[in-house]
Write a protein that binds this ligand. Structure first.
Ligand code: ATP
Length: 268
């Protein structure tokens, strides 16, 4: 394991229902204190990768059938999802999983179970400092929050657990551009101020590149390209496929573009 990595995934394979193979030898690492983004088209296996890390696959009849995942010094295979949260790994799942029938503050309190045994107390002020809107709504039911505020609460629940690594699954999903910018500005400042490492899954590559230090691009269950953000942003194929010049009916997969380019080179 690299000395400065907080997370290291080594050549994992994931199979659902003992039959459907979704990850095919995927490797990646997250440096301590870094934001790393994992990009890829629908169905590439991004959420599956995050669930493999937080050990949630069992709930969906999935399993890591090969390879290994290390969080700090520990092999996650030996740890339960709750044990991982207590050790400082928090997964903010896609779709803003919050308790709608609890107030905002009760949602935060519920997530603070992660602090038990670590001798730390929940720091509500810290969460409210990053998300003043949650402070305004702290006594209101979470179910009545707007979509953006619910996403803020989902991230606030991570923050109250004082994790060293946050897994973020598509925080931009379904939010207006203004809100996406607001939330990503906060994500970047949490990383900068507190040194929290993050693995960020996104469809919105432009916003992911705006905050990430390093990126991986996956297709059909494995990594096809990786590099520091600036290098990826300068890559012609990434610009074409991920930065908005190719959408709708013309959308092709990154692999198709690669194949096409290779074919073109062979023919010329
Ligand atoms: P999206 O951006 O659409 O969320 P993704 O890259 O996160 O996509 P995953 O959700 O990891 O992709 O899904 C990868 C593949 O695994 C898909 O083909 C999906 O149908 C399949 N899959 C996901 N969850 C399950 C499950 N519980 N049982 C069987 N197959 C599943």
């Amino acid at each position: 394991m690299a000395a400065d990595a907080i997370l290291e995934i080594n050549n994992i394979e994931v199979v659902y229902n003992k039959t459907i193979q979704v990850l095919r030898g995927l490797s990646l690492s997250v440096g301590r204190g870094r934001i790393v983004t994992l990009l890829g088209s629908n169905g590439a296996g991004k959420s599956t990768t995050l669930k493999a890390i937080s050990n949630l696959l069992e709930l969906e009849n999935g399993a890591v059938t090969a390879g290994s995942i290390r969080f700090g010094a520990d092999d996650i295979a030996d740890l339960t999802p709750h044990g991982l949260v207590r050790r400082g790994l928090f997964h903010v799942m896609e779709g803003r999983r919050i308790f709608e029938d609890l107030t905002v503050e009760e949602n935060l309190t519920a997530a603070s179970f992660a602090l038990s045994g670590r001798g730390k107390r929940p720091d509500f002020d810290l969460v409210y400092q990053y998300f003043p809107r949650l402070h305004e709504r702290r006594n209101g039911l979470a179910g009545y929050l707007s979509g953006g505020e619910q996403q803020m609460l989902a991230i606030g629940r991570a923050l109250i657990a004082q994790p060293s690594l946050i897994l973020l699954d598509e925080p931009s999903l379904g939010l207006s551009p203004v809100l996406v910018e607001e939330i990503f500005t906060i994500i970047a400042s949490i990383n900068r101020d507190l040194g929290t490492s993050m693995l960020l899954v996104e469809q919105n590559a432009a916003i992911a590149f705006a905050v990430a230090h390093y990126g991986y691009i996956m297709e059909a269950g494995k990594i096809v390209l990786d590099g520091p953000t600036e290098r990826l942003m300068a890559d012609e194929d990434v610009r074409e496929f991920y930065l908005g010049m190719n959408s709708g009916e013309d959308a092709r997969s990154y692999r198709d573009i690669k194949h096409y380019k290779r074919r073109k080179r062979w023919l010329s």
